[in-house]
Design a protein around this ligand. Structure first.
Ligand code: G4P
Length: 553
C-alpha cells in the first residue's frame, strides 16, 4: 500500500470502530449509502476553469456524454449548469445548481457555485450544504480575490479543501511559488499529491508522488485507467526513457520537495488546515482523473451538522435536513418553485411524512427531485449528503428544517449584510401590489434583500453583489410583469441591530430613524453611508449589537 492508502486505511478503521461503538439503529444498507456519499462544491476565481473541470468530472461520471459545453457556451450561450435566461445571455452561472453522478461506486453530489466576479449570497449558502470543496487555481495567476473570499466562507466551517492547479499546458508560476502564495494568502498548508513535469511547451505530464506513477501528457488525449506508467522509484531508467532531459529535473524537484513540503496528513486535511494539491489541465482532461480518484477516497462522507440544540449525526435513524436555496422557474415550461434541501440524517423515502417546524405542520413529500446534470427526475429514496429538490408554492423558505419528529434548527445558514443598495422606482403605479409580491418572493428565495425604511414607503434593495440587481429586475419583468427601474441611494453599509435592553433599542431606533429600516423577515437594520459612519454609531451606542450576518428565521 502507498502512503496515502495506508493513512486512509487507518482512518477508515477508526471510523468503523466508531460505528460499532455508536449504535444508531440504522440498517447496514443505509450506513453503506452514507459512506458512499461525497457532497462538494468547486470554488475558484472566474476563468480559472471551473466550468471546464465540472464538465470533465461529469464526463468521468457518465452524467453527460459529450464535453464542449464550454465552447458552445460562446456560440449558443448555454452551459450545462445554467438555468436562468440572464445567465444564458451573459454566458455565466448566476444561480447555483446541483449535479449528481456516480464514480467508482461513490455517489457524488456536485453543487455548483457561480463563477463570475460578482456573486450573491447563494454562493455562500451553497457552501453551507457541502462537506468538502475543490479549489481551482490558475497556474499563471495564483490565488485570486474571489478564491480568497470563498475560502473565508469555507474556513467558517473548516471545510476540507482539495486543490487543483490548472492550465499547466500554459506558462505559469513555478509550483513552489504557487504553494507559497496559497499558504500566505489562504493560510492553509499545501501537500503535493501529484507534481508537474515542466509547464507550457515543456509540459510532459504529472508524477504521482504517492503511487510512483507517471501520467504522460498529450494535448487533447484523455488518459484512461491503466495508461499511467508505474516506476519502481525515481532512479528507474524508464523515467529517462519517457522524460529524456526532464527526468533529472523531476528527480531534483522531488528531492527538494522532501524538505520543502508537508507530508499528507488526513486529520489536518479534514480540519481544513492542509490541502492536498494536484496539477493538470482541465481543458485537456489531464490530471483530472488522478484528482477524482483521490477525491473519492479522502473526501469525507456526510459530516455531523450543528443545530441550535445538539449535533446531528448522519447515521441517526430519524430523517432530518434543511433548505439552503430556493429557486423559482428553473424550467420555464414548469413555472415551478424548488427548495434545495440537504439531507443531514436518516433515509428519505417518497411520500414520507415530515414535520415542517417553522409552520408547525406535517407535510408529505411526494414529489422530490434529484438533479442529474441537465435533467431532473423523481426519486424514491435518498440519503444523508444528497440534495433533493422539493416542489412547493412558497411554503418553504431558506433555513427551514424538516425532521420526522424532533424540533431541530440547523444553524450556520447565514444571510449577509448587503454591500450595495438601490431604491426601486416603479414605472406604473398600478403595479404596486405586483411589485410587493415579486420583491417579497424574491427576498424569500434569497435573490435580493428588501428593506422598508422607517420614515417612508420606499423599497430599498440590498445585495452582496451588484448582479443581483439585474437578476431581480429581469425576474420582476419576466415573472411578475412589473417594469421598474433603480435609483442610486447613498447607503453602502447595513447592520442588523439588537439589544438586550428593549428600551435602549427603541431609543436607538427613535434617534436614528432616518437610518432605520425593516427587512422582509421583520428584522431591524441600521443603514449608513460608510464604515466610518458605522464606527461612530458603534462608539456612541456601546450596548447596541451591530450584526454583519443573521441566521434565517
Ligand atoms: P470558469 O468557469 O472558472 O469561469 O472558467 P472556464 O471553465 O469557463 O474556463 C475559462 C477559460 O479557460 C476558457 O477559455 C477555457 O477554455 C480555459 N481553460 C480551462 N482549462 C484550461 C486549461 O487547462 N488550459 C488552458 N490553456 N485553458 C483552459 P475561453 O477562452 O474563455 O473559452 P474557449 O474559447 O476556450 O471556449
Amino acid at each position: 500500500m502507498n502512503n496515502i492508502a495506508v493513512t486512509i486505511w487507518h482512518f477508515m478503521n477508526n471510523i468503523n470502530n466508531d460505528l460499532q461503538i455508536l449504535n444508531f439503529n440504522t440498517d447496514s444498507r443505509t450506513l453503506k449509502e452514507i459512506q458512499k456519499r461525497r457532497t462538494f462544491a468547486i470554488i475558484s476565481h472566474p476563468d480559472a476553469g471551473k466550468t471546464t473541470l465540472t464538465e470533465k468530472l461529469l464526463l468521468f461520471g457518465g452524467a453527460i456524454q459529450q464535453a464542449g459545453a464550454v465552447k458552445s457556451r460562446k456560440t449558443e450561450k448555454k452551459a450545462t449548469s445554467d438555468f436562468l435566461s440572464i445567465e444564458q445571455e451573459r454566458g455565466i452561472s448566476v444561480s447555483s445548481s446541483v449535479m449528481k453522478f456516480n464514480y467508482k461506486g461513490y455517489e457524488i453530489n456536485l453543487l455548483d457555485t457561480p463563477g463570475h466576479k460578482d456573486f450573491s449570497e447563494d454562493t455562500y449558502r451553497v457552501l453551507t450544504a457541502v462537506d468538502c470543496a475543490v479549489m481551482i487555481i490558475d497556474s499563471a495567476k495564483g490565488v485570486e480575490p474571489q478564491t480568497q473570499k470563498l475560502m473565508e466562507v469555507c474556513r467558517m466551517r473548516n471545510t476540507p479543501i482539495i486543490t487543483f492547479i490548472n492550465k499547466l499546458d500554459r506558462e505559469g508560476l513555478e509550483p513552489l511559488e504557487i504553494f507559497a502564495d496559497i499558504e500566505e494568502k489562504l493560510q492553509i498548508e499545501c501537500t503535493p499529491i501529484t507534481w508537474p513535469i515542466g509547464m507550457g511547451k515543456r509540459f510532459q505530464g504529472v508524477y504521482h508522488l504517492h503511487n510512483n506513477e507517471l501520467g504522460l501528457f498529450s494535448a487533447g488525449y484523455t488518459p484512461k485507467d491503466g495508461d499511467g506508467v508505474v516506476i519502481k522509484d525515481l532512479a528507474d531508467k524508464k523515467l529517462d526513457e519517457y522524460l529524456r532531459n526532464q527526468a533529472q529535473e523531476l528527480r531534483d524537484d522531488v528531492e527538494l520537495l522532501q524538505g520543502a513540503s508537508y507530508p499528507f496528513d488526513m486529520d489536518e486535511y479534514l480540519k481544513g488546515s492542509q490541502t492536498p494539491v494536484f496539477f493538470g489541465s482541465a481543458i485537456n482532461n489531464f490530471g483530472v482523473r488522478e484528482m477524482l480518484d483521490s477525491f473519492v477516497e479522502i473526501a469525507p462522507s456526510p459530516s455531523i451538522r450543528k443545530t441550535s440544540t445538539r449535533d446531528v449525526d448522519p447515521r441517526e435513524r430519524e430523517f432530518s435536513g434543511f433548505t439552503f436555496k430556493i429557486q423559482a422557474n428553473m424550467d420555464p415550461a414548469h413555472r415551478d418553485r424548488i427548495a434545495f434541501f440537504r439531507i443531514c440524517s436518516g433515509k428519505f423515502t417518497r411520500g414520507m411524512k415530515v414535520k415542517h417546524h417553522r409552520i408547525g405542520k406535517d407535510v408529505i413529500i411526494s414529489n422530490a427531485t434529484i438533479f442529474m446534470a441537465q435533467e431532473r427526475s423523481n426519486i424514491d429514496e435518498a440519503y444523508p449528503g444528497d440534495i433533493i429538490g422539493i416542489h412547493n408554492h412558497g411554503t418553504i423558505k431558506i433555513g427551514d428544517t424538516f425532521t420526522e419528529k424532533e424540533p431541530l434548527k440547523f444553524t450556520g445558514i447565514p444571510s449577509f449584510a448587503p454591500e450595495h443598495f438601490r431604491r426601486v422606482i416603479l414605472k406604473n403605479p398600478l403595479k404596486t401590489k405586483a411589485l410587493q409580491k415579486g420583491l417579497f418572493q424574491l427576498a424569500e428565495e434569497g435573490t435580493i434583500q428588501v428593506f422598508r425604511p422607517k420614515i417612508n414607503n420606499d423599497y430599498i434593495l440590498g445585495a452582496v453583489g451588484v448582479l443581483q440587481f439585474d437578476v431581480t429586475m429581469s425576474r420582476l419583468m419576466a415573472e411578475y410583469s412589473v417594469a421598474a427601474a433603480y435609483e442610486p441611494i447613498d447607503f453602502s453599509v447595513a447592520r442588523w441591530v439588537t439589544c438586550d435592553n428593549d428600551e435602549r433599542l427603541k431609543e436607538f431606533i427613535r434617534k436614528n430613524s432616518g437610518a432605520i429600516a425593516t427587512d422582509s423577515e421583520g428584522w431591524t437594520a441600521f443603514l449608513t453611508t460608510s464604515e466610518y459612519q458605522l464606527g461612530f454609531a458603534v462608539e456612541a451606542w456601546p450596548d447596541i449589537k451591530f450584526h454583519k450576518t443573521r441566521e434565517y428565521n
